[in-house]
Design a protein around this ligand. Structure first.
Ligand code: ZN
Length: 353
């Protein structure tokens, strides 16, 4: 932190109050390592949360000759603070640029912890969503706040009856993670991006070329991906994931077309917003096929006059079961309920709402 304070003061910029005191922001009082920085290529790291702090999405660090570009700003101001603090052990270069792949809370709610003067790049759509408070009012953000409160309550109740010190420790730690998340988002002020693009932007950072692309409406109306042509690394946010992404803001059938346009780049590695790096592109094709299939089946059943809940029940996606195994304990009813959100979204897209 101290280095940023020095930079901030020398530029006459005001950083967050806690940065001026050199302390931790609320919710960042964790012990140990909050992130694992997995090397992907020289100067490229996939940052994955360890569970010590609520870091729900991956970030990607790309080194230039003098500074760093970070893709996605994390789940909360505290998680972003932890990311940047721990990053200093990986490289002393300062962060110059943040690219937000989209506006969802787990990718864009840490930006305020980045150094003053940082360049924040997004699409106009992402900028508008952040500026209008839509990232905070979004059902997934509200749902996560409720989930965090429920987790605190559950852990507190379980602590009353915990039998061994090890279980007590684990419950107390889990409760603290969620309490810290809630403390951090109480300080949240979404940062509005200060650079926007509509198509493509190429940055040259020393010997490295970094291409930022909007491949059309896909996971949201305003996604960006980052492409490193020399390394053939594609950073996708939630547009491509090893597991099925949230589809409630998705575009159909454009999302599948966007994936085709990205596969045409012939990436060697995809760095997704959640989960592990992907080098098997058949998994990416599988996601594309699933998106096309759920759209085509829904459109057909809608034309037959079926209501969304009936459509969700009638969808046959069993051929993807091996690729996307059902989480333990999920009943058919839960699967149908989860699909219903996607079906409703497809209805909206078809009806032009
Ligand atoms: Zn998302």
């Amino acid at each position: 932190m101290r280095r940023w304070v020095a930079i901030g003061l020398s530029l006459g910029l005001a950083g967050p109050a806690w940065s001026q005191s050199g302390g931790r922001p609320p919710g960042a009082e964790y012990q140990g390592r909050g992130f694992e920085f997995r090397p992907v290529a020289p100067g490229v790291y996939l940052a994955v949360g360890t569970g010590k702090i609520s870091a729900e999405s991956n970030a990607v660090i790309i080194e230039g000759d003098r500074d760093l570009l970070v893709v996605d700003s994390e789940t909360s101001p505290a998680a972003a603070w932890a990311l940047l603090q721990e990053l200093r052990a990986v490289t002393p270069k300062p962060v110059k640029t943040v690219v937000l792949t989209h506006f969802h809370y787990d990718h864009a709610h840490g930006t305020q912890s980045f150094p003053p003067g940082v360049e924040v790049i997004a699409t106009e759509y992402t900028k508008a969503m952040l500026a209008e408070g839509k990232s905070m009012s979004h059902p997934t953000a509200a749902g996560n706040r409720s989930f965090a409160s429920a987790q605190v309550g559950n852990a507190t109740r379980a602590l009353d009856t915990a039998s061994t010190p090890a279980v007590r420790r684990e419950l107390a730690e889990r409760r603290e993670v969620w309490q810290r998340y809630l403390a951090s988002i109480a300080t949240l002020k979404p940062v509005v991006p200060n650079v926007t693009l509509t198509g493509r932007l190429t940055l040259s950072r020393g010997g490295r070329e970094i291409v930022i692309l909007h491949p059309g409406p896909a996971h949201t109306a305003g996604d960006l991906v980052v492409w490193l042509p020399a390394e053939r690394i594609l950073v996708t946010g939630d547009l491509i994931q090893p597991n099925l992404p949230y589809m409630g803001d998705g575009f159909f059938p454009g999302w599948a077309d966007a994936i085709d346009s990205l596969l045409a780049l012939r990436p060697a590695v995809v760095l997704p917003g959640h989960g592990d790096a992907m080098s098997d592109m058949t998994r990416v094709e599988r996601q594309r096929d699933y998106l096309r299939d759920i759209y085509a089946q829904t459109a057909t059943l809608k034309r037959e006059g079926l209501a969304p809940d009936e459509v969700a029940r009638r969808l046959d996606l069993t051929k993807y079961d091996a690729d996307y195994p059902r989480p333990p304990g999920w009943t058919d009813e839960i699967v149908v309920r989860r699909r219903l959100g996607t079906v409703r979204r497809i209805f909206e897209v078809i009806d032009g709402r």
